[in-house]
Design a protein around this ligand. Structure first.
Ligand code: SF4
Length: 340
């Protein structure tokens, strides 16, 4: 019999599961405290749980559903983890420590079907969606490796398109946000999407104040069609209208991600077109200097190209940040995660 994964349950659902063990509801709180607060994943070490419960947990449940297969530590202390799922696929997640913060980047699918041409995750297509338990397990396993370094932020920017695995992604968000589970503030959780208007509108009605990032990468439909085939289905105008609606409903600012690729979308006219497109929106732009990906011929931009692009946007009163490159040497930077 397959064991149920505790990381995939909200406390109220786990209380229902515990009825078969004839245990009072407060045992769930004790169990979750061991997993999420004390970072202990071995039932035999959970000493305030009765022995028969620990025996049953061992037989019928597992804290997480992933096994660690490989970890690669970058010179900047970013760590890329390769996990094996219960059905034998490999997925990747990244731990990014930064002074008082520690961010984990999680995957939501095995591979990706959207085929953005600058991204390694889509190179082999989509194999399957991950369950909420598999998504949350990534954070639990990584926190277990860094017990003294509390994870403060989670970004859904690893392999896969989170909003095309909507139900499981949202369930994972609610588990991460729940005070008895990971207890992360909603504003510390970011979902990144390639731009699926229906799902963005659905998300706007969830009444959860998470951060939303939309990968834009070009303000020109012809170019965006080539970079991100999803644009042929949902062109820029439709995406921007939907982004406007999202900000009206949620009163939250959207971040537009823009990967800068030399000779493709990083020229002055690209910046001017982007500024014009985003001027009517309450938003922020996050510029991401392209990270080299094996098998892809694109060239990274120079620092001066990044600065020129940034100052053009700033002159048009667009709020801009530049993402620091982390973990490039272990292929864990943005767009470098590959399906194993
Ligand atoms: S950028 Fe996102 S949506 Fe596009 S292929 Fe990569 S993982 Fe998929």
């Amino acid at each position: 019999m397959d064991k149920k994964t505790i990381a995939g349950f909200l406390p109220e659902d786990l209380i229902r599961e515990f009825k078969i063990f004839s245990q009072p509801g407060y045992r769930v709180g004790q169990l979750l405290c061991w997993i999420y607060k004390k970072h202990i994943l071995d039932f035999s070490l959970m000493t305030d749980l009765p022995e028969d419960l620990r025996f049953n947990l061992n037989n019928f449940m597992q804290p997480v559903s992933l096994s660690l297969r490989k970890e690669s530590v970058s010179a900047d202390k970013t760590v890329k983890y390769v996990f094996e799922t219960g059905t034998g696929e490999l997925i990747e997640s990244v731990f990014i420590p930064l002074q008082k913060r520690a961010t984990v980047c999680v995957s939501t699918q095995v591979g990706c079907s959207f085929g953005c041409i600058f991204c390694a995750s889509g190179l082999n297509g989509l194999k399957r969606n991950l369950s909420a338990g598999e998504i949350v397990s990534q954070l639990v396993c990584i926190q277990n490796k860094h017990p003294l370094n509390p994870i403060t932020n989670v970004v859904f920017m690893g392999m896969g398109e989170p909003l095309s695995n909507y139900e499981q992604t949202l369930k994972a968000v609610r588990i991460l946000n729940n005070p008895e589970c990971a207890g992360l503030g909603a504003r510390k959780i970011t979902i990144s999407t390639c731009g699926l208007p229906d799902k963005i509108l659905q998300l706007s009605k969830e009444k959860i104040q998470i951060e939303l990032s939309i990968s834009l990468h070009s303000a020109d439909d012809a170019l965006r069609d080539k970079l991100m085939p999803v644009n042929k289905i949902y062109p820029i105008e439709q995406l921007i209208m939907c982004a406007k609606k999202y900000t009206e409903i949620t009163q939250r600012i959207i971040t537009f991600e823009y990967v800068l690729i030399s000779g493709i979308n990083a020229a002055k006219h690209d910046a001017l077109k982007l500024a014009k497109l985003l001027a009517p929106l309450r938003c922020k732009v996050n510029l991401i200097p392209f990270n080299p990906v094996q098998g892809l011929d694109f060239l990274p931009v120079s620092l001066s190209q990044v600065n020129i692009f940034k100052s053009i946007l700033e002159n048009k009163r667009i709020n801009v940040t530049v993402r620091r490159q982390r973990g490039v040497d272990v292929q864990s930077a943005c767009g470098q995660l590959v399906r194993g």
